[in-house]
Design a protein around this ligand. Structure first.
Ligand SMILES: [Zn+2]
Length: 236
């Protein structure tokens, strides 16, 4: 049992703590939201990377195809020249050029086949990846919706909590409320009002002086721990 005055102060402390907890909860939401957004951006980057890799292969294939067309065009030119030359060695030189170009065409077409194969593999891999990417994005988007909802809920709870704190404050003895507010500015972490346990402060866990202990035992209004400054009370 504690005195009526103290009981009212403890109610205030409880509501204060709850309110503080809600404020921290709200504060953590933007970082969580940022994390989900960054995850979505990472998935989208992966999707783009996949698409770009496929495009690069397609460009490569087009280049090889263009090279084959150029070589075919060169062969047709050599063949036309062959019709016009008079000397055998000139004809032979053109024949050699044509053979070289044909070898290059065959080489390029082999390369093109390899690239075509790579395109097929990449397309299959991209489709498989895309399913996973889309699924993960869905999960993060759901998380974002959940965070919006959580934020709305916590905002409402903060409003209600603030009213509850104000109501509790009006119930507390003014002098005691002033001390409580002062202690809040002095002590880093709640709780600010703690029971003595075996002569030890329930906040810093150090033994208080005999004077403090007896003051608390007598039920004096404001008795503070001589180590940490918290308001201490004796629990009967
Ligand atoms: Zn203490």
């Amino acid at each position: 049992m504690v005195s009526d005055k103290l009981a009212k102060l403890l109610i205030l402390q409880d509501r204060d703590a709850r309110h503080g907890q809600l404020l921290r909860q709200r504060e953590s939401i933007p970082a969580e939201r940022e994390k989900a957004r960054a995850s979505i951006a990472a998935e989208e980057a992966r999707r783009k990377e996949n698409a770009d890799a496929l495009t690069r292969l397609e460009v490569e294939r087009e280049e090889l195809e263009g090279r084959v067309e150029d070589l075919e065009e060169a062969i047709r030119k050599y063949q036309t020249q062959q019709l016009q030359v008079k000397k055998n060695e000139e004809y032979g030189a053109l024949e050699h050029e044509i053979a070289t170009a044909r070898a290059k065409i065959s080489e390029t077409e082999d390369e093109e086949l390899n690239v075509l194969e790579a395109i097929d593999h990449k397309a299959v891999a991209n489709r498989r990846d895309e399913e996973e990417i889309a699924e993960r994005i869905r999960v993060f988007e759901t998380e974002l919706k959940r965070l919006d909802e959580a934020e709305r809920e916590v905002e409402a709870a903060i409003e209600t909590g603030r009213d509850a704190v104000k109501a509790a404050e009006t119930d507390v003895d003014p002098a005691l409320l002033e001390s409580y507010r002062f202690v809040k500015t002095q002590v880093k972490r709640p709780p600010y009002v703690v029971a003595l346990n075996d002569g030890r402060c329930g906040g810093c866990h150090l033994k208080v002086s005999g004077e403090i202990e007896s003051g608390a035992r007598k039920g004096h209004d404001v008795v503070r721990c001589d180590n940490c400054g918290r308001i201490v009370y004796f629990q009967r």
